[in-house]
Ligand binder design. Sequence first.
Ligand code: MF3
Ligand code: CO
Length: 250
Amino acid sequence: MISIKSEREINLMREAGMMVSKTHKYLKPFIKEGITTKELDKIAEDYIRSMNGVPTCKGYEGFPAALCTSVNDTVVHGIPGNYKLKNGDIITIDMVIGYKGYQGDAAWTYAVGDISDDKKYLMEHTEKALYEGIKMVKPGNRIGDISASVYKYAKEHNLGVVKELCGHGIGTEMHEAPDVPNYGTFNTGPRLKEGMVICIEPMLNFGSSKVYLMDDEWTVKTMDKSPAAHYEHTVLVTKDGYEILTPRLV
Ligand code: MF3
Ligand code: CO
């Protein structure tokens, strides 16, 4: 069952989403050579709590931190730790914030200092793949329209699509129905209706797109060690289209 949010719920999700956007903006100047991912996590958690938000990832199925910090060949769910960012790294910051019981979720990838042209290409086109998916969001369209659009764009730009992980519905829970895969077939899957809220989140890389799970049971890396990028927005289905609940402020 895909829940339809009331006007009251949508307003709370807007607030939760805005907290996610603000936390990304607040963190950005700290994403520099020399800072550890654990320090970034602490800065984010303190800021989230200062807004009376809840860092939903912390404690979620045992995840130990407020942020997922995924550097270079880490695709998702990197655990903040003692790694110090280096010039030329890319890092995806993914976070979920709860506010009055409702969740907002957004990830995007940041450059640390000067990055290679390949990494720039990967970041640019992963974000554009996300927007290709978002453009399909309107009542009457189907989840498969989003999935197929993301996949088509990625393939046209010679990028690999991670298939093991996907987007999701969101509301009082971080993960609700439906699944929103990053590959699929146009005109298939559940139909979108006004008041649904979903997270669309392509994870793209160069090369084979195969991934593996590390022994910590969280960190997902590319098999061939190629860098990965990941962009995610929380998106509301409106009367005639969509509204991004986690707008980019930076
Ligand atoms: N944004 C991530 C997702 O869409 C958050 C999960 S991280 C976890 O799945 F640690 F909380 F699991
Ligand atoms: Co998500």
